[in-house]
Design a protein around this ligand. Structure first.
Ligand code: PMP
Ligand code: GLN
Length: 381
């Protein structure tokens, strides 16, 4: 064995890989990792077949012009925002790559990057790999995972390079309002702080609310990398294709990173999506589609010992099991996978300092049959 110092000595395999593998080994219903149990539209599959003839070489580094044009049209019609496809839109291999390239193109050793816990598991290691210092602000379930803006203001100092935000939020399902954007903008006005905004669930917002994208706030938009994923919107998480929207001066730096990470993204899928995203119903109907699934799932817990936490967006539902068990969430998630064959995600793993909350996350991007069966097993506890 050749010895070298690990760059990530404390990093383990992600909870999603761990729980999905365990679900497979145990023959459990997998409500852990966030991916649909159903297929994407046949129309989209047909487009891929069509474009897999003659479109099999490298795509341009920033993405094929047709897809960047379609993203610009969609952003204009959905948000009313005009983006320049040549200088403000980059196609990447999944939002994970967008987040990685955004962090690495602006975070230098010693820079602080603020994130709110529970935070998506990739944020902290990405910042550390860039030599940055993650600064975690813990949000509490009791406060509905709302941000106390005065705490953010206190954490900001001359070393703060960027803030990572995520709405609709994974794992809690919390959703930002326009007032949240305003509060953040008030704090950032006059600073040189950048924003990395993870908006992969932009089209999954419930109860008549709309998605408060940082694109809609000029003070925020001018300093933001907006990271998006086609995986979530079109039921194709395995395609690993997404985009980064950012002003030209940020996009120029972003692309310098992107070209060394993947250089370009799978070509036939770009052509297929360039056509498919022109049809608005596929993303306009998504919130209703998932709201029905959320309601079906939580309906089983109304008269149970589980406490239902609000899910305002994303395809995740958090449930509090304090009335059922004293076990730590990681232990209960393991036990439920083995004993009642339902896999979930413990939310303590998304914190720098694990809270004592007793909460599990369930993904409801699953067939109605699977959701009903899993919910009945859980609700009986
Ligand atoms: N951010 C969040 C909050 C996510 O839930 C995911 C989902 N997997 C990603 C980023 C990564 O998206 P992608 O699969 O497109 O890399
Ligand atoms: N984002 C997905 C989730 O939250 C998992 C993606 C992954 O496995 N990296 O479950």
């Amino acid at each position: 064995m050749i010895h070298f110092p690990s760059k990530q000595p404390h990093v383990q395999t992600t909870i999603f890989t761990k729980m999905s593998q365990m679900a497979l080994d145990e023959g459990a219903l997998n409500l852990s990792q966030g991916f649909p149990s159903f297929d994407c539209s046949e129309e989209l599959q047909a487009l891929v077949q069509f474009y897999s003839k003659g479109h099999n070489q490298y795509a341009p580094m920033a993405g094929i012009p047709a897809l960047r044009q379609s993203i610009a049209q969609k952003t204009a019609s959905f948000y009313g925002i005009d983006l320049n496809p040549a200088t403000e839109i980059t196609v990447v291999s999944g939002a994970t790559e967008a987040l990685f390239a955004a962090v690495h193109c602006c975070v230098s050793p010693g820079d602080e990057v603020i994130m709110f816990d529970p935070s998506y598991d990739a944020y902290d290691p990405m910042v550390r790999l860039a030599g940055g210092i993650p600064v975690h602000i813990a949000l509490s379930a009791q406060a509905g995972f709302q941000i106390d803006w005065s705490i953010l203001a206190q954490k900001i100092n001359p070393k703060t390079r960027a803030i990572m935000v995520n709405s609709p939020h994974n794992p809690t399902g919390a959703v930002w309002s326009q007032a949240d954007l305003d509060a953040l903008a008030d704090i950032l006005k006059g600073t040189q702080i950048l924003l990395i905004s993870d908006e992969v669930y932009e089209h999954i917002v419930f109860d008549g609310k709309s998605h408060a994208s940082v694109l809609l706030h000029p003070e925020l938009r001018k300093r933001s990398f907006v990271c998006g994923s086609f995986g979530k919107t079109y039921h194709v998480t395995g395609w690993k294709i997404g985009y980064c929207l950012a002003p030209a001066y940020l996009t120029a730096e972003f692309r310098k990173l992107h070209q060394w990470v993947t250089f370009s993204t799978v070509t036939p899928l770009q052509h297929a999506l360039a056509d498919f995203i022109k049809i608005p119903k596929h993303y306009l109907e998504l919130s209703d589609f998932y709201q029905k699934k959320r309601d079906l799932f939580v309906g089983f817990f109304q008269n149970s010992r589980w406490k239902i936490l609000p899910s305002q967006g994303s395809f995740f539902q958090c449930l509090d099991y304090a009335a059922i068990s004293d076990e730590a969430d990681v232990d209960l998630a393991d036990r439920l996978t083995r004993e009642i064959k339902v896999a979930s995600i413990p939310i303590s793993v998304f914190y720098e300092t694990a809270p004592t909350d007793k909460i599990l996350r369930f993904c409801f991007a699953k067939s109605d049959e699977m959701l009903s069966e899993a919910a009945q097993r859980l609700a009986a506890l």
